[in-house]
Structures are given as structure tokens and as C-alpha cells.
Design a protein around this ligand. Sequence first.
Ligand code: TPP
Ligand code: MG
Length: 1076
Amino acid sequence: MNRARMLSKLLSQAPPGTPLVAVRAWAFGGLRGKASAPPPPTALAAEPFLNGSSSNYVEEMYTSWLQDPKSVHQSWDTFFRNATSGAQPGQAYTAPPTLAEPTPHHVPLSALALAPVSAGPPAAALSQKTIDDHLAVQGIIRAYQARGHLIAALDPLGIDREAVAERPATTMPARTVVRQYADAIEEGDLDRSFTLPMSTFIGGNEKTMTLREIIKRLEDTYCRSIGVEFMFINSLEQCNWIREKFETPGVMHMEPQEKRLLLARLTRSHGFEAFLARKFSSEKRFGLEGCEILIPAMKQVIDRSTSLGVESFVMGMPHRGRLNVLSNVCRKPLEHIFTQFIGLDTGDEGSGDVKYHLGTYQERLNRVTNKNIRLAIVANPSHLEACNPVVQGKTRAEQFYHGDSEGNKVLSVLLHGDAAFSGQGIVYETFHLSELPQYTTHGTIHIVVNNQIGFTTDPRMSRSSPYCTDVARVVNAPIFHVNADDPEAVMHVCNVAADWRNTFHKDVVIDLVCYRRNGHNEIDEPMFTQPLMYTRIRKLKPVVELYAEKLMNEGVVTKQEVKDVTDKYEKILEDAFLAAQTETQVFNKHWIDSPWSGFFEGKDPLKATPTGVHEDTLSHIGRRFSSVPPNASDFVVHRGLLRILNSRMEMVNARTVDWALGEAMAFGSLLKEGIHVRLSGQDVERGTFSHRHHILHHQKVDKSQYNILANLYPDQAPYTVCNSSLSEYAVLGFELGFSMTNPNALVIWEAQFGDFNNTAQCIIDQFISSGQSKWIRQSGLVLLLPHGMEGMGPEHSSARLERFLQMTADDPDILPAFSEDFAIRQLSDINWIIANCSTPASYFHILRRQIALPFRKPLILMTPKSLLRHPEAKSSFDEMNEKSEFQRVIPETGPASQNCENVKRVVFCSGKVYYDLVAARKDANLEDKIAVARIEQIAPFPYDLVKLECMKYPGADLVFAQEEHKNMGAWSYVQPRFATALNHERLFSNEIQRHTQGSVEHGSQSWYEYWFPWLFPTSSPTDVAADSTDSQTSTISSPKRVVRYAGRPVSPSPATGSKKTHIRELKQLLEDALAL
Ligand SMILES: Cc1ncc(C[n+]2csc(CCOP(=O)(O)OP(=O)(O)O)c2C)c(N)n1
Ligand SMILES: [Mg+2]
């Protein structure tokens, strides 16, 4: 039983309705034989039972007793034994033996096990003051542990800690910490000796100590350069662990060689910034000056963690000190860093990013432990803290693929600025992932560069919490505040943080309280806004000087040694600088944070593997997905689910699939091929619309579950499906990070409704749409965004398709060259793929295509809601078997396609509106007059197939129908592309003519031979064989054909809140689209 539960049990033994004071009296007074007597009017009396000294005392006794029943007085032993075995009030207690007279200066704790009145007078020998003093001492110890950090000397500037200066020069404890306990002691009590309770380690081997010494040691532990914030943690074991790490005498001791190493690291940290400041004085670099200790701190965390078995570090950090970290922590070659300042052309793909956002990946030997380690700093956008979940996802993935289920080998380290740490909500969201089974990285070490300013804003204006780190308290992470000008204290804190993470696998925060020597960047003038702060900063010596002086005074180093270390590093910098001058180009590939070694090797960059699957596989997966668990007799499945399973089986027997079955077949077939599939998001296990049901829950046994797709084949890849926390920003960022690690995995994030993606906008804008270009980092992440106008009101209708399309990087005015590999070339060139599939087979193929491609692209999928159960939205096995493939455009195949000349209109559409259109067309008896074609893949735009479909119907007018409002949906994207497809002709090059091999779609005929007459009806292949090497070239042919819009008018809101209006609007759009 834990402490809290035991205490509440002790409490619970009190008669019902007993007030707290009486309960306390019951626990103590009962022992004194005056159960209902009011407590004495001392400071103690003001304490409620569970918060005051008395409860501390009971806890203390109980803790001692738990560890060793003999350590407490026999009477307590009996009491706890009886109480824990359920004795009633009054029955738990047995009288103690007679107490010895206490000596004037030594009060053994056991003496406080008071005798009841009935046991005779000896208790009277103890004065009330003795009891109060003793309890007060315990209270004082606890108060230091809980509140000592409030008066610790954390600030090198001494600005926010005026309390430190105000502290009286006496040895009486500061009231800020001990509050009312101070009333119970007098100056004279300081030389009395007290037995130390079990809840402190300040005594080392000593069991008793004078109060003066107790206070001194507590001050040294809790109120000097380290402020330990941990007493909010609910675990007694963890609190004791921390107490021991900080209180034990001599814990901060460092050997001379450790001190010299620390000085050398500080020298490099300082020297790096100073060198850049000299060589590139007008360049922004967001230097580390004022927090140079960050470098030795990170190195210490890495050394210590490496010695504990960690092999890989995944790190995320903001701008501040980034270059220094890249160089001095990761050992990125200095030349690579210097060339970023020189302003050279890029020698490879990608648009690149500013130097203080770039990531890196290095493998190197850790010299301290002599072990090989991997270090990755994840590239990040300017958006502070946005990389936090990305780092966590990447870390989790590394752990997952290395079978590191406890996080012993891979560790995430997150760096923060003080203003961003408290200001950005993503920090909170990411903390809440830290202990979720499918998201935990088994503890992150957070380091805050707390320079007490954010750009130009003071902390009092930028947060409402006392500390910038308070957000970490929500996950019970201990917080170690430390004065960054005390390097040895910082090293100690780093060691403890690494040990904590290794022991408890929970998050921990190191708060480096420092200052920022320059302005926000090196060009800014800080005196405009923080004149007093900067007046003070200018008087401060750099920490490297302070520490060098300290070590020289201690005789650990000589002046000459200090100079040698400085000169040696200076030379390294100078040499690298000279070498950088000879470079002519920078390479983005030098900054990849997640290299995929081997993935691209030996692959044709424009060849995808087929996505169709053998019918037996479909059938097998379908049957498994429709079956109860193998131990069905023991596993009670909900009746409603049994019906769902049965209907799935009926579909399988009929060789058809609905949306859920199509998805399961895509996942299952990939799992069979050894591809890990991970589906994450809110309520994804069941599916928001209750269609998926990937996890069956035993109806009688809690937490007994069956993951159907994880049990398809004995040798399949693992299937992860996990309900996430109610976060989009963090969870999407996490899945992006996960997807960066292993290209051979299908990682999917599903939004509950598509529009919720906007709370993850930063991940979409800064990472997903632009990541490959900025950081040449690929990701095959899939976003499933339920989208569609179904009369559910403005908030659940639109996944904001238009916004994704607007960020698509393909030029609407340029018709790409047609070729056999047109489709894959387009995919290779674009920044992401956007689709709105109308059939389960389409969905099946496009998911599988993510893995079939020889590269990775994010896929943004508008997914259905009502279509999930629409009787028409089904696909046959024939559309998923080996003869099938993803159809970017599904052409008209009905009566209209049989007699193209007669067709008056071709209506293009995307997604579920197709079913409304064809139903209305049927009602209007226009199936032979109107062709309806579906654009399944909107971006990259299927110019070739759209053009083809238009040319098939030369006499038809063209309409694009969408259910979204005109200023939304796909219209703005498709309109100019239709114009380009219809009115620009691309000349075929000789090279393209040579590529005339057969294609899947058209049997023995080549793509070229088959489609040519459609695309260029007036020419023959040889007529247009003229060279067109410039892919930007296109010619305009006349007459122009245009596509007309049919749909809802513009609107500020994505959908009406009125069902009636919704239906009216839909009717109108169908009329617009179909009226001839
Ligand atoms: C999300 C976001 N909002 C605003 C900014 C602009 N900005 C850049 S640095 C900065 C101040 C950051 O202060 P802090 O987190 O304390 O880091 P420091 O620069 O002091 O190291 C601000 C507001 C940003 N980069 N990201
Ligand atoms: Mg700051």
C-alpha cells in the first residue's frame, strides 16, 4: 500500500463524519487517551491533519516502518500492523513501554510515540514544546524540500531573486520557505540536536544533527545554485530518489579531470560564438552568449546517458545556440557551418533553409564512454516548439524499429527557450503524449535556455506562472532549476536528470537560468527595451572566465593550461574557416536529419511496383477481418459487432468491399508484405463513424482486446492502431516524426473531422507541405481528413481541401510533358499528393501506392462520411486484383461513353458528389447525354486523363461540379489546370516516342500508341516528333474550350447550419450541373 493510501486508510478508520481535527485527535489524541480533546493551541494546531507536521510525522513513522518495522517504536509497529490489517479505531493501539527522560539537547523521535493517559504519567515528562519543536524540525526539512527553490540563488543577474539579497544574515531559516515553522523555533534551539527523519538524506551516515547544521545543509542543498522542484510528484519512491540525489553530503564532488574537461567544453562553447562574432559580425546567428554552459550540459547528459546504455539521441531545439550545438555537441564539420555564412550557391536539390533551422545526423564515438553513438538534430521551422512532437515521433519510431520497448537505447532531448516553453501550447500537448502507451518515448530530457527574456519581452509580461517550466508539472516531471553561472551545479543536475530518465523513464526538466548577452540576435539593440538588465549584463564576466578563475584558485589548472586550451580551439576554428573559403557550393544533403540509407539504392526513381493484389490475399484478409478472435468462446464480442462481422463476410463472399473492408485490405496486404502500418488519431480504433472496428473489446473482461489486423498472418509486420490524445498539433507532428524514420512503413494520421486539421496547421504548413524542399526530407505520411457536405453544419463539413491545393507546388499554366511515366514523374516532382477518392478500390490502391512508389510523398486524402455506408460506394475484387491499379481519373463508362458524339456535357467531379450527380442524372433520364467523370487524384492534376476525357466528347460542354462553396473545394485549383489541359498542346519528344512498351491498362498497346489518337486527333505520332526539350514549352491551340463551374456560391462559412438550406443548395447544384 502506498503512503497516501495508507494515510487515507488511517483516516478512514475514524468514525464516519469525524471532522479533520477530530481525526487527527483520533490518530494522536487516541494514543494519548483523549480521543476527542481539541489540539493544543500551538502553531501545530493550525495544521490540518494531512498537511501539517502531524501528518508528516505519521508519514515519517509509516515510511520508516515500511522499510523496517524495527526502526519505529514497538507501539508504532503494533499500531501500523493493526491498522493495516483493518483494526477499528481504538483497537489499533497498544501501549508503549515507559519513555526515558529526554536529554536537553537530544530528542529521539521514538520518544514522540506518546503514551495514553491510561498508560500512566511518563508522557508528561515530555513538554509540549519538545513535541512541537520536533515536529517543527520535520516540517522545516520538508519545507526546504518543497519550497527551497523559491529562495535559491538561481539567477546570475540577481534580478528576479531579490529574495536572496533580502535574506537575513542569521542562520534562522528564511520565512519564505519554512513559513509558520519559524514561529516554533528560537535562536537557542539551533544548537539542540535532533534525530533526522527517514525523509532526508542530509545526514549521510549521521543519524542526529543540530538544528543549525540541519538548516545549513538544507540551505546548501536547496537554496544555492540549484532549485529542485519535485515535491508535487505523487510517488514517494521518486521523491526519495531525488532527495537522495541532491541531499547526500558530497554528491556534487567532481574530480579534477572532470573539472578540466568541463572547462575545456566551456572554452569551446565560448570560443565558437566569439569566433563567429568576429568573422561574421553582421550575420544573425542567435548566439549562445550568456548560456555557454548549454554545450557542456548537453554533453554531460549525453555522456551519462551513453554510459547507461543509450546509443541514439534524437534532439530538437530552437534557434538559440543551434550552430554551437551542431558543431560542439554533434560534431558537424565546422566547414559545413562556415559555408552557410559565406553565401554560396546550392549544389544539390532543395530550396534549403536558413542556417539556424537546419538539422543534422552524425554518428560518432563518445570519447568519455568509448561507445559509438548516433546524434540527430531534427530540422525545425521558425515556429518555436513545433518540432517537439516531431522529435518524439522520430524517437518513438527509432525505439519501435530497434525493439527498444523500454527506451533504453534511444533518448529524446528537447531544448526550449523560456518564453516559448511557457507560451506555446504545443509544449503542453507534447507533454501529454509522454506517458501514452503508443506515444511514449520513455522519458524526455528537456533543457530550457532560460535567459529570462523572449525577444524583447520580460517574463512578467509573457507568462502567468511563477516559472517558465511550470507546464512540466502536469506530468509530474521533476524540474531542476540551476544557475547557469555555476558550471559544476549544472553538471550535477545533468547527471541526475540522465539518471532519473534511466531509472523512471519519465520526463525531466533542466532549467538553465542564464542571461542573453546580446540582443535577440546579434543585430538587435537590447538597451532599447531592457536597459537595467543589460546594464547589469555588461558588468558580468563570461562564465568561462569565472570558471577558469575558480579552477585556477583551486589549483586544478594553471593559467598556461587555460590559454593552451583556448588557443588550440582557436586554431581548429581558424583552419576550418580557411578550408571553408575554398568551397564553392553548399549542399543541402549535408543537413539531412533522417537519412534513409539503402532505401533509394538500386531503385528506378520513376518506377512504382504494382498496387493490385492477388485475389487469394484479398479473400484471406477479408475473411480474417470478418471473423471473431480464434478464442471466440472465451472472448465475448458485442452483438452489434457480430452483425458487422457477418455483413463483412457476406461482402467477401460476394467479392465486394465497402470502405472499411477496402482499407483493411490495403493495410492487411501491406502487413503481409512486411510493411509496418501505424494508424493514429482520435478514436481511430473504432473509427469516428463506427465503421472501422479494428480492435474488438471483450464485453466481460476489462482491457481484454483483440487487434484483428495484427493477426492476419503469422509472419506479418506489426500493425499499430492507436487512439490518440485529443490533440491535432502534437499528434500530427508525432506521426510526421514517426514517418521520417522508416520509409518502409505506412504511417497515417486521421483527423476526427477534416476541419480539425487546422489546429495542426503549423505541422502542415511548416513541415508537410514544404519539408522536402527545405530539408530534403521525405515523408510518406498519410492524412485522412473526413470531408463532405452532409448537412452537419459549418464545422464538420470541410477539411479545407482548397488550402491544401493552394499550397501544392505545380504550375497551373504549364502542361507537363506527356510520356509513359507521366503520372509518376508528376508525383516525383510535386510536394504532396491530394486526392478525394470515390470508391473503396481507389482508396485501397492509393494507400498501397504510398509504399509502391520509389520515393515518399505525403498524401492528403479527403475521406468520406456517409459514403462509408453508401450502397453504391462499393468495389469489386476485380478492381483491386493484380490486373487493376489506381485510377487517377475514373472515366464515364455508362451509356454516354458508348456514344460519345451524342453527349452534350461532361461533368467532372471529385468525391462523394459523384453519387448525387449520377442519381440525379438517372432521375432526369440523361445517362446517354451527360458523361460524369471522377477526378480521384486532384493534385498532381491528371492533365493527360482529363484532356483525354474531354476529347472523347468533342461536342460536349464541360462542367466541374463540386459541393463545396465556390471559393472553397477544388474549383480554384482545377479551373486553370483545365484551361491548360484543354488549350495547350505538348509536343512529343523523340525520346518519349522510344518509350512505347505496353502498359497495364491497355494490354499490348503502349500508352503512347493507345492514347495518341485521343490526345492529338489531327496528327500522327511522326508528325509531332519535333523536339521539345524544354519542358516549360507549350503552345496554345484554338478554339478554346472552357470548363464551367456548377456548385454553391461563394461563402465565408464552409456550410450552412440549416439542413433545409443544405438540401436546397444541393438541389440547386445538381440542377446547375445537369440542366442542358
Ligand atoms: C511560434 C512562434 N512565434 C513567434 C516567433 C518569433 N520569435 C522568435 S524568437 C522569439 C522569442 C523567443 O524567446 P525564448 O523562447 O525565450 O527564446 P530566446 O530567443 O530567448 O532564446 C520570438 C517571439 C517564433 N519564432 N515562433
Ligand atoms: Mg528567452
